[in-house]
Design a protein around this ligand. Structure first.
Ligand code: IMP
Ligand code: MG
Length: 180
């Protein structure tokens, strides 16, 4: 347990070494599946920025990257499923093999919106690579081609994930226990 001011941060739930070895496996799997297809990795900012940087380097086939940023309507900490595109993609998705790169799937509502929006742009294929899936919160129809880790229902920070924009720079994944 680490105390930072009056906040309590848990021990590493996933270490930096575990992250790198799982991402290397995901990279090999994606490279095998997308050989000759010039896939387009689409990261969802900001949470997926570090994962994207490591994953892209672990996929040893020619590929392209692009980024989009979304924000949920309303101030609620729980996703409403109504999502606004804050920064759209630069690259046309028509006939491309697209892989959405997400940090963590909780309710799955953000992803459902993204999928619907990107599918309407007529990609040749559309799959999802999520670093984390929080157990237990998704509705039945979340279809994820690549999953890094399934994690227990606790709020996590680090490796790109934040609480109020902080802790994205932690090299490992920790549980956030809040102010105590
Ligand atoms: P969903 O729409 O409920 O699946 O929410 C997914 C989004 O909420 C993720 O892309 C994250 O940006 C954010 N999120 C969900 N759980 C966590 C967490 O434990 N730590 C940091 N961000 C989270
Ligand atoms: Mg996110």
């Amino acid at each position: 347990m680490v105390e930072s001011g009056d906040e309590v941060i848990g021990e590493a739930l996933v270490t930096a070494e575990q992250l790198q070895s799982r991402i290397a496996e995901l990279g090999r799997e994606i490279a095998g599946d997308y050989e000759g297809k010039n896939p387009l990795l689409v990261a969802v900012l900001k949470g997926a920025f570090i994962f994207m940087a490591d994953l892209a380097r672990a996929v040893d086939v020619p590929l392209e990257v692009d980024f989009m940023a979304v924000s949920s309507y309303g101030a609620s900490t729980r996703s409403s499923g109504v999502v606004r595109i804050v920064k759209d993609l630069d690259i046309d998705l028509a006939d491309r093999h697209v892989i959405i790169v997400e940090d963590i799937i909780d309710s799955g509502l953000t992803l459902r919106y993204l999928r619907k929006t990107l599918r309407a742009r007529m990609p040749a294929s559309l799959e999802v690579c999520a670093l984390f899936v929080r157990e237990g919160n998704q509705e039945a129809d979340v279809d994820l081609r690549y999953i890094g880790f399934r994690i227990p229902p606790a709020f996590v920070i680090g490796y790109g994930l934040d609480v109020a924009e902080r802790y994205r720079n932690l090299p490992d994944i920790r549980t956030y226990l809040g102010a105590q």
